[in-house]
Write a protein that binds this ligand. Structure first.
Ligand code: SF4
Ligand code: SF4
Length: 432
C-alpha cells in the first residue's frame, strides 16, 4: 500500500518526474526492454540520447517529435519500470510526460478522444452496443439515491463491457455462490485510467475517480470486486495516494480464491488451457491468484505458466489505438508466441489483451476465453455466445451492420454514425 499522500493526481506525477530528473543516469536499460521501441521510428536512435531529450523536456526544454512519440506510443506495459537500475518507475514517468505535453498545449493523438469512456461515441460503448440491447444489461450505471447497504460492489469497469458474455458469466458465478453484491458498470462511471494513461489529463481522471468513489461508497460496502486489471492498478496503486476510503479491494480471482468452497463445480472441464498473463496483472501481482483460480477448476490442465514467470508479452495496449501501425505489430508477437504454447483455448484476464487476440482471429485459429467463462462452464452454468468473435468473423461493413443493427439501434446509434465509426475499429470494414 502507498504511504505518501498527495493533494492531487497532478502533484503525484510531478513528484514522479522530479524524481526521474534527479536520478536518471541515461543508461537506456528501460528502452532495451521496451516492446514498442523495435517497431517505432525511434528504434535506430541512440537510447541514451532519447532519455536525455525526455529528461531535458521535463526540465523545461523543448517539445520534440521524439519525446511526443516516446510518450504517446507507450503501451503502458511497465517492462521498463522493472529494469531501471535507479528504481525509477519509468512507466509512470511516461504518463507524467504525457501530462506535461498536454499541459504545454500539445494535442493528444486523435484516437484518444475515442478511448475516454464518458464521451460519445467511444470505443467501448460502441463495441458493447453491437452486442447487447439496454434491456439485457444486468447492472446499474450509477448508484440510486439511498441504496441498500450491500457487502460487495462488483465494479465492471469500461473495458470488460466490450465482452458482455464474460460479464454475464461473472454475474452468474457470483449469484450461484450466494454473494451479496451489486453490479456497477463502467462507462458513465470510470476509474480514470484512460484519461490519465491515454489522455494525459489528471484533472479529468481525478474527477472520474471521485465520482466513482462516491457511487461505490453509497452502498457502504465491505469491499469492491474488480474484473479489469487496469481498474485494479488504479484502486491499489494510485487511489491510496490521493483518496480516502475504508472498503477492501479485490480482483475477482482473489475473491474467488478466498471463497473456493462456494464454487460448486458440476463437470470436469476436460480442456488444456494456455495462460497469457498480462503486463498489468504481473505489475499488480495478481498472477498467483489467477493461476490458483484456474488450477482449482476440475479437469483443466494449465499450460504456459513458465511464460508468465519469464517475460510477459505485451499486447500493444493503448498503442493499438494511438499508433495502430506500431501496436498491432507488438500484438502480433503476443499472438504468435502464445499460440506456440498449444492447448484448446487461451485464457486471459485483461480485456485489452483479449481484444488484441480478436484482431488476429481470422488469421490464427484462436479461441480466447476468460477465467469467469471457464469457471461458469465447469459449474454447469449458461453458455453465452461470444458476439465479439462473430463481429470479427464478418467480411464486410454491410455484413457487420446487418448482424448488429438491432442492438446498436436499440442503443440509440443511427446506421450512418456506425458506418463512420466501425471502419476505425474493424479493418475489414474500411472498404465496405
Ligand atoms: S511502459 Fe512499456 S511501452 Fe511504455 S515505455 Fe515502458 S516498456 Fe515501453
Ligand atoms: S533505466 Fe532508469 S536510469 Fe536508465 S535511462 Fe531508463 S529511466 Fe534512466
Amino acid at each position: 500500500m502507498a504511504e505518501k499522500k498527495y493533494p492531487s493526481i497532478a502533484e503525484y506525477y510531478s513528484d514522479i518526474c522530479r524524481d526521474a530528473i534527479e536520478k536518471c543516469i541515461f543508461c537506456g536499460d528501460c528502452l532495451d526492454n521496451c516492446p514498442i521501441l523495435p517497431f517505432s521510428t525511434l528504434k535506430n536512435k541512440d537510447q541514451e540520447k532519447i532519455m536525455q531529450n525526455l529528461i531535458d523536456f521535463l526540465r523545461g526544454g523543448p517539445v520534440s517529435e521524439e519525446v511526443y512519440l516516446e510518450a504517446f506510443s507507450c503501451s503502458g506495459c511497465g517492462h521498463c519500470s522493472d529494469s531501471c537500475p535507479q528504481g525509477i518507475d519509468v512507466m509512470l514517468l511516461h504518463e507524467g510526460t504525457k501530462i506535461e505535453l498536454v499541459k504545454r498545449g500539445e494535442k493528444t493523438p486523435e484516437a484518444v478522444n475515442f478511448i475516454i469512456p464518458n464521451r460519445r461515441p467511444n470505443l467501448k460503448g460502441v463495441l458493447s452496443a453491437l452486442q447487447i440491447k439496454p434491456s439485457e444489461e444486468r447492472w446499474l450505471k450509477r448508484a440510486p439515491s439511498n441504496p441498500k447497504k450491500t457487502e460487495n460492489v462488483f465494479f465492471i469497469g469500461c473495458d470488460p463491457l466490450i465482452m458482455p458474455h464474460k460479464i454475464f458469466a461473472s454475474l452468474d458465478i457470483l449469484e450461484a455462490m450466494g454473494v451479496d453484491f451489486v453490479a456497477l458498470a463502467g462507462g458513465e462511471l470510470c476509474c480514470g485510467v484512460p484519461s490519465l494513461m491515454a489522455g494525459g489529463n489528471p484533472k479529468e481522471s481525478e474527477e472520474m475517480a471521485w465520482d466513482l468513489m462516491s457511487n461505490i461508497k453509497a452502498f457502504s460496502p465491505k469491499r469492491v470486486i474488480l474484473v479489469c486489471p487496469g481498474c485494479y492498478r488504479q484502486f491499489t496503486e494510485l487511489f491510496p495516494r490521493v483518496l480516502d476510503y475504508d472498503f477492501g479491494v479485490q480482483f475477482i480471482t482473489q475473491f474467488l480464491n478466498d471463497n473456493l468452497d462456494k464454487l460448486k463445480f458440476k463437470k470436469p472441464l476436460g480442456k488444456k488451457i494456455a495462460l497469457h498473463d498480462s503486463c498489468m496483472t504481473q505489475r499488480t501481482e495478481l498472477t498467483d491468484s489467477i493461476i490458483r483460480t484456474l488450477e482449482s477448476i476440475p479437469g483443466l490442465t494449465l499450460l504456459g505458466k513458465e511464460l508468465s514467470k519469464e517475460k510477459v508479452l505485451c499486447c500493444g495496449g493503448i498503442a493499438n489505438m494511438t499508433y495502430p501501425n506500431i501496436g498491432n505489430q507488438v500484438g502480433r508477437v503476443l499472438v504468435e508466441e502464445t499460440i506456440k504454447v498449444g492447448g484448446d483455448k487461451i485464457a486471459d484476464s485483461c480485456p485489452g489483451c483479449m481484444f488484441a487476440f480478436y484482431i488476429y482471429s481470422k488469421e490464427f485459429p484462436l479461441n480466447v476465453s476468460d477465467i469467469s467463462l471457464l469457471i461458469n462452464e465447469a459449474m454447469g452454468g449458461k453458455e453465452y455466445e461470444d458476439k465479439l468473435e462473430k463481429c470479427w468473423s464478418c467480411k464486410s461493413l454491410d455484413e457487420l451492420i446487418g448482424l448488429t443493427r438491432e442492438n446498436f439501434e436499440a442503443n440509440g446509434y443511427p446506421e450512418e454514425v456506425m458506418r463512420q465509426i466501425l471502419p476505425h475499429i474493424f479493418p475489414f470494414a474500411e472498404h465496405g
